[in-house]
Design a protein around this ligand. Sequence first.
Ligand SMILES: Nc1ncnc2c1ncn2[C@@H]1O[C@H](COP(=O)(O)OP(=O)(O)OP(=O)(O)O)[C@@H](O)[C@H]1O
Length: 700
Amino acid sequence: MLLRLLSLRPCGGWRCFTRPPAQSPLAVARSWASHVRSGSSGAPAAGRLAQPSFWAGARLLPRCLRRRLRPTGRLAVAALAAPALVGLGAAFCTRVLCQDAQRIEVICVAPPVEKEPDFNWAMFWTFLSPQFLALTAAVLFALGAALLNVQIPLLLGKLVNVVAQHMRVSEYLRTVREPAIRLLSIYGLQGALTFGYILLLSWIGEKVANSMRKQLFASLIRKEIAFFDANQTGQLVNRLTADIQEFKSSFKLVISQGLRSLTQTVGCFVSLYMISPKLTGLLVVVMPFLVGAGAFIGSSLRKLSRQAQEQVAKGTAVADEALGNVRTVRAFAMEPKEIEQYSAEVDQSSRLNMKLGMGIAFFQGLSNVALNCIVLGTIFVGGSLMAGEEITPGDLMSFLVSSQTVQRSMASMSILFGQVLRGMSAGARVFEFMSLAPETPLCEREELACSMLSGHIEFQDVTFSYPTRKTFPVLKNFNLTIPANKTVAIVGQSGGGKSTVAALLERFYEPTEGGIFLDGRDICTLDPTWLRGEIIGFINQEPVLFSTSILENIRFGRPCASEAEIHAAARLANADEFIRSFPDGYNTVVGERGVTLSGGQKQRVAIARALIKNPKILILDEATSALDAESEHVVQEALDRAVAGRTVLVIAHRLSTVKDADLIVVLSKGQVAEAGTHAELLRKGGIYAELIRRQTKDGV
Ligand SMILES: Nc1ncnc2c1ncn2[C@@H]1O[C@H](COP(=O)(O)OP(=O)(O)OP(=O)(O)O)[C@@H](O)[C@H]1O
């Protein structure tokens, strides 16, 4: 029995603190937290393990006490019932420790300096209100299950009294039937209600999370480009995944555990007081000490645990960087150095974890002693009260079970408090981006008739600073005219603002001052979706393909395009031949970001994707600069064909690619420094002539 007693408590504690070595700190913290959330953190486990001895003790206890056993006999009885209470106490301490894991998770997840947004209740209600009926039913079921849980100890007490009174089998079976059947029906009903509210809650949780995810994604993908300059993709994806998951779990827990625990704590305390005010007093005095001591020792373990987690994160970062950049590591033959660095981090991590394990072992051992003493005290006082006939054996039984319920409920409420805070801050982060309307709505304002569009573009006194760097003007009173069906090239030193001109024309950003006009209409009065989707084709230096087939990638330019149109666009882009040379032809899947294609092939697919919408305006932003001479030649050939009959803005470093442009503009410090044809600018002998001279010398 003693062995069983000892085996209970470490189980709960170790479940919280041991972890598989390969997991990331975040995953570890999550798994700890999910242990707690799913209620497997030790309390139920301890309770489950404690039950057989508890029932054995419960059966023997009244008999022994009725026969007025000597103190040694009472001690033996106490030893039988002890595991239940010890298990409960240990479970309670374990919960306190597990809270640490949850706090650690907060440390891992929360960015340290970011200001937390406020929780938007109104927005939450818009998601919850469609599930109102199901939610009401779930709440009622949960309350019903909790109230029945309060009844169960009292009925158990009555049953024990019957068991204790009747010694003859026939009489016993007759008398025990009625309370046993009542108890059984309550068990059944309680089980059905529990099934009902958990089912309803997971249904509601899924529905709410599902619509939150869709709405958040829809709202994110429509945000202006400046928003993505200011927010990291990883953070945004985290809001879509981890934050919504966190919010969903917290919401479900508040209804299921919170409501139930509160009802049970209040109800069982009333029952405890009614059974025995004296024993209740003992419990009320002892419990705060137990929790206080657990929290105190837990705080130093928490600190150690946090250090261990941070160390694991360091090791993970080293592995992540080395594996993610394996080509660079291989190219520099740095494998031994990386192994050494990773080993050092892992060794330090295991030293900290061993220290932590020792701390937990010490804590568990100490709490065993304390809890055993408390159990003995409870049994001792309870036994004395029974001996003085102040309470019946059944009362003691009810007391023990009710106190178990109270302890479990209080422990889960303490966990829940942290969970609610975390859930609300996760929810606030999700709602924050949902409620922000994009500064440039995607589908508003006017469209011009495409057939009437000539494609004449004018930048008039455009001044612009990026929203993330407002004090640094990239363009200053920039003026440029791109006549319809002409090709205008922008050249100049790196960082001069060439790509910014293209981004403004695409309406990725809005000019701070001045305006951009298309056929005399300010483009900010035009529908951006129409502008980008039908009028402007954009090809840049690093085309990004999606991990689907070549066919679908080209169709991305115009979703309603037929296969024949796709093939035609590919031919125009010099891509048809190489695509057909693949075994799967147009159905070849290109891998993540088009990794299975060469740079030149990717660029030609991107050109086909831009051409399929037959854009009136084409922007080529360094479209060939990442390619070798061979690929550049093929791609340039495709581009030369593509520009015919369109207004084209070319941005280029390699001046050889722009010398045939109708107009070449040299951009310097955000302003037009020179403009003219290739021959005019060479004659002028200014910046352009100098650039040409340098590139010819370098053989570019
Ligand atoms: N998203 C951004 N947020 C803030 N500043 C930016 C952003 N993009 C570019 N810049 C800054 O704007 C200036 C102009 O950048 P831009 O990319 O337009 O230059 P560029 O002439 O195209 O350069 P390159 O020839 O090297 O591509 C640079 O100083 C750059 O640091």
